[in-house]
Write a protein that binds this ligand. Structure first.
Ligand SMILES: [Zn+2]
Length: 129
């Protein structure tokens, strides 16, 4: 499956178009209220675009796996459009998984990107009546 082809066309309001939107995300390390003990540093970041985690060209190419494990379940939810009253819309700071670490991770929705259902899965859309 090729899940990362992007579409530059305007998204149709027609829900039968097979197109859907996801937010691109930026996940940035910010300082909490106690010192950080893991190998992440204030200001480090990565992007999430579609199913990819992308590290910046100029930065380190690694990220500690334990805080990443805490972040991963939230990223697909933050990528999706949510109700303005949903806490997933408003809450954007996640604590490090190590309780002794002051690291926090700010998840910012950057922009919406259009994807095609047919290019992200082999499962067909349900038939329309
Ligand atoms: Zn940490």
């Amino acid at each position: 499956m090729n899940k990362n082809r992007e579409h530059t066309t305007q998204m149709s309001n027609d829900h039968d178009s097979g197109l859907f939107e996801l937010y691109d995300l930026k996940v940035e390390v910010i300082f909490g209220d106690i010192p950080m003990v893991c190998d992440h540093q204030e200001g480090e970041y990565f992007h999430v675009i579609g199913e990819k985690i992308i590290f910046p060209e100029e930065g380190r190419k690694s990220f500690p796996m334990y805080p990443l494990a805490a972040l991963l379940p939230l990223l697909p939810a933050k990528q999706r459009l949510t109700d303005k009253n949903d806490w997933m819309t408003t809450d954007a700071i996640v604590a490090c998984s190590d309780p002794n670490c002051g690291g926090r991770f700010r998840i910012t929705r950057i922009a919406k990107r259009i994807f095609s259902h047919a290019e992200t899965t082999i499962v067909p859309l349900p038939a329309v009546d």
